[in-house]
Design a protein around this ligand. Structure first.
Ligand code: FAD
Length: 237
């Protein structure tokens, strides 16, 4: 008999929250079902690296890597990530590079080899049952992990062929002119030949986010030097 009084634990939404819950319930010998609205896990994002911040500044460096972090939450997935060691920081007025004392994990989200797919595999191995294209009506006892319904952020990204941008670096630019209000633009190397420039702004400026990205690439010398007149090979957002 399962530890949930013989009933099946239903989890609605197969993102990070739902998958982490599914794994931990399954480890507690519960029978678990994950209901995911899309046709597969990891389809809510185009493949994209996202930053994993450690829980607290006091967490020692030896325990702040991506794997240690996830292990502390009872998770042991196989997935793709890379450690950034340099941070090119661009404010409205100046640009400077910071060498990070501790590497900052950049986690692959969405698609093949993503954290979501790794967690789904771990859950499947523990016997969790997946239902795709499934949006059941919640009933008492269900775990709701369907993500946020609303966000203040609009984003647009462009991929460029580029093998010169250091693979252990990321760029973060905070310039109100291109990323209003209070948002940012960043560059993350995707693979050995491609970088992704992503611009974010608040919802009321959503219609301009794409135009502002190209304007920033044209106008800010630090971006102009990196992109060097190349045309995007793809876009997202
Ligand atoms: C552009 C962008 C950049 C980001 N960068 C970072 C970052 O650098 N670092 C960071 O920590 N966070 C970042 N985030 C936020 C982070 O991605 C989210 O906080 C995280 O994905 C939340 O996980 P979740 O499981 O709660 O929700 P989600 O990842 O949204 O997963 C929810 C899942 O539920 C499914 N679903 C929705 N409705 C239903 C339903 N009715 N029935 C069944 N299934 C349903 C969805 O299809 C989805 O698979 C970023 C987000 C965006 C959009």
């Amino acid at each position: 008999m399962s530890n949930n009084g013989g009933t099946t634990r239903r989890i609605i939404g197969g993102g990070l929250s739902g998958l982490a819950a599914a794994i931990n319930f399954a480890k507690n010998d519960e029978s678990v079902e994950v209901h995911e609205a899309r046709k597969d896990i990891g389809m809510q994002f185009h493949p994209n690296y996202q930053v994993l911040l450690k829980e607290s500044p006091e967490t020692p460096a030896s325990e702040s890597g991506a794997t240690s972090y996830l292990n502390r939450w009872g998770l042991n997935p196989q997935f793709q990530y890379k450690d950034a060691k340099k941070f090119l920081c661009c404010t409205q007025k100046r640009d400077f590079t910071i060498s990070l004392k501790e590497p900052l994990p950049l986690i692959l989200r969405g698609g093949e080899n993503s954290l979501e797919r790794g967690l789904a595999k771990e859950a499947q191995d523990l016997g969790v049952d997946f239902h795709f294209k499934s949006r059941p009506k919640a009933r008492p006892g269900d775990i709701m992990s369907a993500g946020s319904y609303r966000t203040d952020m609009a984003a647009f990204g462009a991929y460029y062929e580029n093998s010169d941008f250091p693979r252990d670096q990321f760029l973060y630019m905070h310039d109100e002119k291109y990323s209003p209000r209070g948002w940012y633009l960043y560059i993350i190397p995707m693979d050995k030949d491609t970088i992704k420039v992503m611009n974010c702004c608040s919802k009321p400026h959503a219609k301009k986010v794409k135009k502002l990205l190209y304007k920033a690439v044209e106008e800010r010398p630090v971006l102009r030097d990196i992109i060097d007149g190349a045309k995007p090979t793809g876009t997202v957002g």
